[in-house]
Design a protein around this ligand. Structure first.
Ligand SMILES: *Cc1c(COP(=O)(O)O)cnc(C)c1O
Length: 366
């Protein structure tokens, strides 16, 4: 064989990409796992029933391809968000949808704009596509830099709402102002909207440039199933549909998604527990004088203070490591300057939060 130089064969954009690094998934169940914003309670019992049904007769149905357009799932999502079914596209997790949007609406000339900090997957997707991602910092702490976004010249704006990793949520006024004034597509990434009191989904009938992206991973306890969606004007859905894999959701994901979307009562109750625990945890931070961003999500970005009352990247790293030793796992972003003195804490069960609070107190006195 001739000498083979792989580096020479990689496409120009991909040759410059480092893979996205997701939060750690430890291999054993003995961790207090508060690092990737999963739901702390099991999914609705209806999900199990739907999965067992899909697997009946010795899994005979698995011989057959799934519905390529996930019709029943699209209908269930549409019903949940009170929009017609042709406004919905289902994806293999919302990461799939974000990828479709980057491929469909950006290239070497058509740029993407986002606010810094936001979901750390966006820069990776942009690089793979050879697109430029413009990062505009929040103003005065946590205000949206509207004018800079509007004058950025970008083709699509990725708006994480509620924001990750800060947890701060913005309401209808903010989304409408952006949809009206931004000269391009506005994609609202609503992974955490189930824990806030606002979703922009209903606004898609008013704004033909708006895409609202959601997932069952955070608010429906189904991160392991990979179910996401885009809600938008049918003309936008049609473009995304051109780009996706022809069978982008498997049979089990479609069945689980339909069952989960149909059990609002269950999720209302258990989300209520998460929200109550979030408020309790914020009170805990108040009581020990640690700063945090008021959260509209199922996680809290907080800034620990060491024994002498100081915050710093070193203090955050120290607490993160101290907790890790105790098998309490949080998420720390040391390379992201705007949040390197802070740590992100997923809101878990009362028992998990007690373990976290006890250990944090112990560290603060050390
Ligand atoms: C977790 C998360 C996602 C990814 O969700 P999946 O549906 O699991 O792919 C998307 N956006 C944000 C902001 C997230 O935090």
């Amino acid at each position: 064989m001739k000498t083979f130089d792989l580096n020479d064969k990689i496409s120009a954009p991909v040759s410059k990409v480092a893979a996205y690094v997701p939060g750690e998934q430890p291999g054993t169940p003995d961790w207090v796992k508060l690092n990737t914003n999963e739901f702390p309670y099991p999914p609705s019992p209806r999900v199990r029933e739907a999965l067992m049904c899909e697997l009946s007769d010795g899994c005979a149905k698995l011989r057959l391809y799934p519905d390529p357009v996930s019709r029943r799932l699209r209908e269930a999502i549409a019903h949940h968000f009170c929009v017609p079914a042709e406004y919905v596209l289902a994806g293999n997790g919302s990461d799939d949808i974000l990828n479709l949007a980057v491929r469909a609406f950006s290239d070497g000339d058509k740029k993407i704009v986002t606010i810094d900090p936001s979901y750390s997957l966006y820069p990776v997707l942009a690089k793979i596509e050879g697109s430029q991602l413009i990062n505009i910092p929040f103003e005065n702490g946590l205000e949206i830099p509207y004018e800079k976004i509007f004058s950025s010249g970008a083709n699509i704006f990725f708006f994480t709402n509620p924001n990750a990793p800060t947890g701060a949520g913005f309401g209808r006024e903010a989304v409408e102002k952006i949809a009206e004034n931004f000269d391009g597509i506005v994609l609202v990434d609503e992974a955490y909207a189930p824990f806030s009191n606002f979703s922009a989904a209903e606004l898609v009938r008013k704004y033909p440039n708006l895409i609202v992206v959601g997932t069952t991973s955070k608010g429906w306890a189904l991160a392991g199933m990979r179910i996401g969606w885009a809600i938008a004007d049918p003309a936008l859905i049609d473009v995304l549909d051109r780009v996706r894999d022809s069978y982008n959701l498997d049979r089990l994901a479609q069945a689980a998604g339909v069952a989960a979307m149909g059990d609002d009562n269950y999720y209302r109750e258990f989300r209520g527990k998460v929200i109550a625990e979030r408020e309790e945890t914020q009170k805990f931070f108040d009581s020990i004088g640690w700063d945090y961003v008021k959260s509209s999500s199922n996680f809290i970005l907080f800034t620990p203070k060491d024994k002498s009352g100081k915050s710093s990247p070193a203090a955050a790293a120290s607490l993160f490591d101290f907790l890790r030793e105790k098998k309490i796992l949080l998420r720390y972003f040391p390379k992201e300057k705007s949040v390197s003195s802070s740590i992100r804490l997923t809101v878990g069960t009362p028992e998990q939060m007690k373990a976290f609070k006890d250990a944090a107190l112990e560290w603060s006195k050390k």
